[in-house]
Design a protein around this ligand. Structure first.
Ligand code: DSN
Length: 427
């Protein structure tokens, strides 16, 4: 690496920062950290090591790391009303791997959703489930309401008697029907696990659902989607035995992590503290925004899934753009207009490379203070690109003008500070 190479890389990062500052980011799995969380993220914690649990480390130098981690666990348990929390997984997928290491042997049956129904890749044959060689069985799915079919699932659970029943989606529009399945879980005696990565911030704010009160024993999650923390992971539990909790902790370390990215763990702790204060308002607004976005797009003639159900109960909506050239083409045109989203498979799709859908999330726009009236504007901008096929370069100027009014981060202790300020630390 020469100085020129380093300069080149720095320039590209700065280009990226500027681009996002002028864009409308709608990837449903992304968000913005608070300035305080970012400050902690670039602290000396980033340069250190810790292994094991607070007070039982393999390295010296962890006096303050232990204090922060102990506090993070306490905050996580309080915010999610959980009996157990582990803040060490370094991502959502790593958290999922820890659950698999702890509770599933190769060959064990786990029930889960399929990729085309919106499942996360870690539950697929070519993801962590496949790597652990579990026997993965998919729930019957109701495409009309984008949710698991209750009767079919009760039948399936009784038939295959899974060791673990797993829930959670990456196109997570409606809560899984856990209450309706609770008796069957008890009858079968399976561990109930939900990957709540997409909706963690909503759960923190009392929206979407409350899995640990609906029969779920164990939540795995990333901490940077609707929950606006750092790129990291977390595990939460209730009604687990002490033996199960210990097994899970061992699966996290030394199972799937060594050190656990202490800077991210500290930034997570800050976000947990902030969410205790701000989650309720933030989550309620994110849900209102996504519904409004769905309604506005639908009124503009763009098919949004589940109109009869109000489009969504989460931060995200799924849009069928097959009549406008498909997900790949539309996502590219939108990117050309500085509207950043992703192509997505819809239930009947067979190709993940050329799917018919787009997934749009309102959580990051909520984080910078956009409300329902801005969602109407965003829908107009999307329709101009996707349906009217206006020149994206022209639409881009209007995207920039809208975004310019929303550059301050909200729902955190430093609310009102520029959302992208930390990106300017390097002049
Ligand atoms: N792949 C991410 C998403 O966009 O849903 C989740 O890890």
């Amino acid at each position: 690496m020469t100085a020129e190479d380093a300069k080149y890389i720095r320039e590209q990062v700065m280009n990226h920062n500027k681009w996002f500052e002028e864009s409308i980011p709608m990837i449903a799995s992304e968000n913005l950290m608070s300035p305080l969380a970012k400050e902690v993220l670039i602290s000396d914690f980033a340069d250190r090591y810790a292994e094991g649990l607070p007070g039982k480390r393999y390295y010296q130098g962890n006096i303050y790391v232990d204090k922060v981690e102990t506090k993070a666990v306490e905050l996580a348990k309080k915010l999610f009303n959980a009996d157990f929390a582990d803040v060490r997984p370094i991502s959502g997928t790593v958290a999922n791997m820890a659950v698999l290491f702890a509770f599933a042997e190769p060959g064990d049956t786990i029930t889960t959703c399929a990729l085309a129904q919106g499942a996360h890749i870690s539950t697929c044959e070519f993801g962590a489930f496949g790597q652990r060689a579990v026997n993965s069985v998919n729930y019957p799915f109701n495409e009309e309401n984008m949710n698991i079919d209750v009767d079919g699932t009760i039948k399936l659970l009784k038939q295959v008697k899974p060791k673990v029943a797993q829930f959670g989606l990456s196109v997570f529009l409606f809560p899984p029907p856990l209450k309706e399945l609770e008796d069957t879980f008890n009858e079968v005696g399976c561990l109930v696990w939900e990957d709540c990565a997409h909706v963690l911030g909503l759960i923190a704010g009392g929206q979407f659902h409350d899995p640990l009160r609906e029969g779920v024993n164990l939540i795995s999650s990333s901490t940077h989607k609707t929950f606006p923390g750092p790129n990291h992971g977390m595990l939460l539990g209730s009604n687990m035995t002490e033996e199960q909790e210990k097994k899970l902790q061992k699966a996290v370390f030394p199972g799937v992590t060594s050190s656990h990215h202490l800077h991210a763990m500290a930034a997570l702790a800050v976000t947990l503290a902030e969410m205790e204060v701000f989650a309720k308002d933030y989550a309620a607004q994110a849900c209102k925004n996504s519904r409004q976005l769905g309604e506005s797009l639908y009124e503009l003639g763009i098919p949004v899934l589940c109109p009869d159900l109000g489009f969504t109960r989460s931060h995200a909506i799924a849009v069928d753009v097959s009549e406008f050239g498909g997900g790949k083409e539309c996502a590219q045109l939108l990117e050309d207009a500085n509207i950043i989203c992703n192509k997505n498979m819809l239930p009947r799709d067979t190709s993940s490379v050329r799917p018919s859908g787009l997934r749009l999330g309102a959580q990051e726009l909520t984080r910078v203070g956009m409300k329902e009236s801005e969602m109407k504007e965003v829908a107009e901008l999307i329709a101009r690109v996707v349906k009217k096929k206006e020149d994206p370069a022209k639409v881009k100027e209007d995207v920039k003008a809208l975004k310019r009014q929303f550059s301050n981060i909200q729902y955190c202790f430093n609310a009102g500070e520029p959302a992208y300020e930390y990106r300017k630390l390097v002049p």
